[in-house]
Design a protein around this ligand. Sequence first.
Ligand SMILES: Cc1cc2nc3c(=O)[nH]c(=O)nc-3n(C[C@H](O)[C@H](O)[C@H](O)COP(=O)(O)O)c2cc1C
Length: 337
Amino acid sequence: MKSMSFSNKFFVNPVRLLAPMEGLTDPLMRQILTQIASDLGRPYDWSVSEFIRITQHVLPAHVFYKYVPELNDDAKTASGTPIHVQLLGSEAQLMAENATYAAELGAPAIDINFGCPAKTVNSHRGGSVLLDEPETMYQIISAVRQAVPAHIPVSAKIRLGYTDTSQMDDIRGAIVASGADWLTIHARTKTQGYKPPAYWDKIQSFNALDIPVIANGEIWTAAQANDCMTQAGTPHLMLGRGAVTRPDLVAQVDNDTENSTDSVENTATLLWQDLIAHQIRFLEGAAKNDVVLVGRYKQWLGMLTKGYAEAQIVWEGIKREKNKAVIISALQASVQE
Ligand SMILES: Cc1cc2nc3c(=O)[nH]c(=O)nc-3n(C[C@H](O)[C@H](O)[C@H](O)COP(=O)(O)O)c2cc1C
């Protein structure tokens, strides 16, 4: 059976995935975070690209390469982590044609986005709004599954519903009938946005499907990861904002046999001083221009303040700074203090 062979190949052990996050886990951030995970001895099994929106035609190659430059390198980051290509759209045939092209360009797997809450996306019948149309979900996934070569997995990423969970049975039915090879579930509805809590227990019912289920949402600590796995009844996890806030979270999850329940006592596998070089690498990375890069770095630093006390001090010093070189010096100084 097709799904079983993918299970054997991709899910031999519990998988740990870095979440697709548009404007956050872009190619540069993916490089950095997958490198850190590898260095810590717990590489991500794979990550998923930011969504590529499919509206009218088959996108030209340069668009795929822009979103997923890793396609030039065997679809892997420098540390060897595979990047799956995520598509978002509502026209089954068009999605299938784009997926086929992405596969030709070297996508190791195709993921389909049914979770995006953005108004512009939803108003064009893409992303989470399709959770209210399980039949359309079925058509999209099955068209993509039939179109791409059998050795390329096709997965779906969903939320629990659009405004509520009343469609969950039909969504489950659509997924199973579509031939999706696995399923990632962000355990909130679209209406619940990104606010805690995530309803990990609601993932349970999807385990009845004959495909691997990956749990996602509101995992910031190893203890929460363990709670999530227990409540969701699956060993497979996708880490989102928590992985940006604590880039060592992925390593801590598999280290945390003690299961400390105190979220503040997050064992520091990666110390601030060891994170400095990665932040500098980020600031020296490729971007449209320095303004964009500095803005993006500040976004990251803002998130790091939730994971590292030292980040708060650097933040206070550079929050109005625009010059990249000055920020790099401030970072270097933060270890010498
Ligand atoms: C800034 C941002 C951008 C996101 N972009 C995407 C995306 O492109 N594709 C997708 O499937 N999910 C996207 N998500 C959802 C995440 O993949 C994930 O499901 C969600 O953040 C819940 O996980 P978390 O609570 O661990 O962050 C995004 C989330 C955030 C915060």
